[in-house]
Design a protein around this ligand. Sequence first.
Ligand SMILES: [Zn+2]
Length: 174
Amino acid sequence: MVTTRYGGNSAPFNDEYLNKLYSANYSDVKVDQLTKGRVPTGTTINPSGSFHLKDGRDALAVTVSTVWKHGAIHRIYFSQAAFSSKELLASTIAHEIGHVVLGNSRLLSEAIISSGRFDSEAHRAIYKMQNELQNLNKWGNILNFKPIEFRYMDLVEDAFFSPLKFLIRPIKIH
Ligand SMILES: [Zn+2]
């Protein structure tokens, strides 16, 4: 996701706050590690504090999933820019957990990952989920978050969006 500037209350830039926010809201989705600041291999840091990925995209956070015989290990790395506000951090956690949920969905991974459409379709559905999460929590005036994919919201496939609906919930911000 592309990031510019955000309002709201800045979040403490540490793993403790990050994990507290995750535990209070999304602990029903298992993530093996959530960590701030550390940079996944091949990633650099933009002047704004967001990540610049190997493939040229900018992101507030990155989920790295390692698939093993008996399941996957998910690690989420958060850039400093994701801590611009507590609301943005919560929304970013939901975004990355969306990747974890879709990554865990065997139906999607078998049917669609191989088709090469997975990333763009997954992102459309994740942005739609994030948009509804932000509306539900009335963050619209706090987060100036309008990814380009919003234009294509009507085209989001239910196969991707349905598994993400349960992530749209009232968020507890401490
Ligand atoms: Zn993403």
